[in-house]
Design a protein. Structure first.
Lengths: 165, 381
């Protein structure tokens, strides 16, 4: 866990973030969610003592204007009020209907409230248009390389023929 | 893999707070799983040891089934149990995570449960005195022969550096290659070069043989490094009072929950209650069974004991001769945190573990279990 890239720090405690979209892939996501649709986000408590502390979660659209609040605001798409998780894991089942920038907020109620934010993008994964764009780039590169090589070859042949003459 | 290789149990640390130079014991048992994975080399050559973050402790003695474990052991048997005992000593101050470890040639170390050991005191005051079989008293094994080792290294480095310098100050590759091309090899090695070569060879021989004679005079009695393998019999097999078959097993990936449909047969003469599922050092306890709770050593790492324990579809004892199907559920973040869940990507999606059952008077019966496991997303709507 020391080298964990998907770690989230709240106060002095650590959580491990994992995202799943089992309807489209069996992969685990660490930060951004590639597709819109049903998503399961799991937060595992790395620190044992977090199991005794009430934790709340707020997932909201990041419109860049509104200050993020740890309450159920109009921009929230999911809010889980403070509660304890003796199993050490929070499972968030959420449906992202629109692509865009979102922010997750996790708060712990321990000696006051401490909040951690984890911004992430949704629906900016390997869409069909991006896939086609990349295919176009690769095919263009291959065709360009072929034309360049053919030109070099023909110049070489012409020079060699001129030398013979 | 870790759920199907070595299962440590009854691990006990005699102390968790020690001073520098203070000894403590690490004891326990382990089961080598019958369903050993094909991808892991079998335990044909095994070394019992401890794992610590650097030289924070010194290992003074190690025993496997009561036999000294200075060397590796050959051909440990699958499906059998062994017990170990290590005498360790605090060396550098700080908090160190200490594990028992079984190193298997070809596979590497398989570590047992780790506990934080707080070592206090001054690391400079650490000493490791021993008395050899010839009566030589060594005050501190850490620094014994250090001057000698440094002296020999310096002497050899000096000879090597002089020899290298002798050739480096002369024309190097290209001039020598050109001379070779001209067919004048005779110019490459002069009479002076040959003379210097003979002197250096003589110095090397004198150092080797002189060192050998001096060491023999100083230490006339010595024992070669022990590289042979020991053999040890496993612990006596306990009667197979319970048979556990896994009918189906699933792992709820986002729920961090392993769900097992088991068929348990009581082949003993007393009723049996399910007390614990243990695998890869993680323990799920039936919290309604006092014998299972009492079996948890106070020094066992608390982060490896799942807080909410084991959920069972049937908690009543299984009578002698009875076969019962029981659903067993073990849920905790520890599956993910201990990196035990590779079912999504493994080509060999199998698991293993030990089911601990108890008679009414607290006698423990250990049953090995395991089988294929399927990852699921049960909460998906």
């Amino acid at each position: 866990m020391e080298a964990d890239q998907c770690k989230l720090k709240v106060d002095s405690y650590f959580m491990h973030f994992t995202g799943y979209q089992p309807q489209s892939s069996r992969a685990e996501f660490c930060e951004d969610i590639p597709e819109v649709g049903r998503t399961i986000i799991v937060l595992d408590f790395v620190d044992e003592s977090l199991r005794d502390i009430p934790v709340s979660v707020n997932l909201a659209r990041d419109d860049g204007v509104q200050r993020m609040e740890m309450t159920n605001t109009p921009s929230s798409i999911l809010y889980i009020p403070p509660r304890k998780y003796p199993n050490g894991t929070i499972k968030i089942d959420v449906n992202f209907e629109k692509a865009g920038r979102y922010v997750g907020m996790v708060a712990i109620e321990h000696r006051g409230q401490s909040v951690a934010n984890f911004p992430f993008d949704v629906g900016r994964g390997w869409s069909l248009i991006r896939l086609l764009a990349w295919c176009l780039v690769i095919v263009s590169g291959a065709v360009g390389t072929f034309l360049w090589a053919r030109r070099r070859y023909s110049i070489g042949r012409e020079l060699s023929w001129a030398n013979h003459r | 893999m870790r759920t199907r290789t070595v299962q440590f149990y009854d691990v006990h640390f005699s102390k968790t707070d020690v001073k520098v130079n203070e000894r403590f014991e690490l004891t326990g048992k382990f089961r080598l799983m019958e369903d050993w994975p094909d991808a892991v080399t079998p335990p044909d050559i095994v070394f019992v040891s401890s794992v610590s973050p650097g030289p924070t402790i010194a290992r003074v003695e190690t025993y496997l089934n009561g036999e000294p474990a200075r060397q590796s052991f050959a051909k440990l048997e699958l499906g059998r149990d062994y017990d170990f005992r290590m005498v360790l000593e605090g060396r550098t101050s700080g908090s160190s995570h200490i594990h028992p470890s079984i190193s298997i040639k070809g596979s590497g170390p398989l570590v047992g449960p780790g506990q934080w050991i707080n070592i206090s005191g001054d690391a400079h005051s650490f000493a490791f005195p021993i008395k050899t079989m010839t009566g030589l008293q060594i005050d501190d094994l850490q620094t014994f022969g250090l001057t000698n080792a440094i002296g020999w290294h310096v002497a050899w480095l000096a000879v090597a550096a002089a020899w290298l310098l002798f050739w480096l100050v002369r024309p190097l590759f290209l001039p020598r290659w050109l001379v070779l091309q001209k067919g004048r090899e005779d110019l490459l090695v002069s009479l002076r070069d040959t003379g210097v070569g003979i002197i250096v060879a003589a110095i090397v021989l004198v150092m080797v043989f002189g060192g050998y004679v001096r060491a023999n005079q100083e230490y006339p009695y010595n024992v070669p490094l022990q590289s042979g393998l020991n053999k040890v019999a496993p612990r006596p097999a306990s009667p197979a009072d319970a048979e556990v078959k896994v009918i189906s097993a699933t792992y709820d990936v986002p729920g961090r929950s392993m769900r097992l449909a088991t068929r348990i047969t009581n082949k003993g003469s007393e009723p049996l209650s399910i007390g614990e599922l243990t695998t890869a050092n993680i323990r799920f306890l039936n919290q309604g069974l006092p014998a299972a709770i009492a079996n948890v050593d106070p020094t066992y790492p608390r982060d490896l004991v799942a807080r909410t324990g084991l959920e069972l579809s049937s908690d009543t004892p299984i009578n002698p001769g009875e076969t019962r199907e029981v659903l067993v559920e073990a849920t905790d973040a520890v599956w993910e945190l201990e990196r035990l869940v590779s079912f999504l990507t493994d080509v060999d999606s199998k698991f293993g573990g030990l089911l601990l059952l108890y008679t009414p008077n607290g006698k423990r019966v250990i049953a090995e279990m395991g089988g294929p496991i399927v990852p699921v997303f049960t909460e998906l709507k």
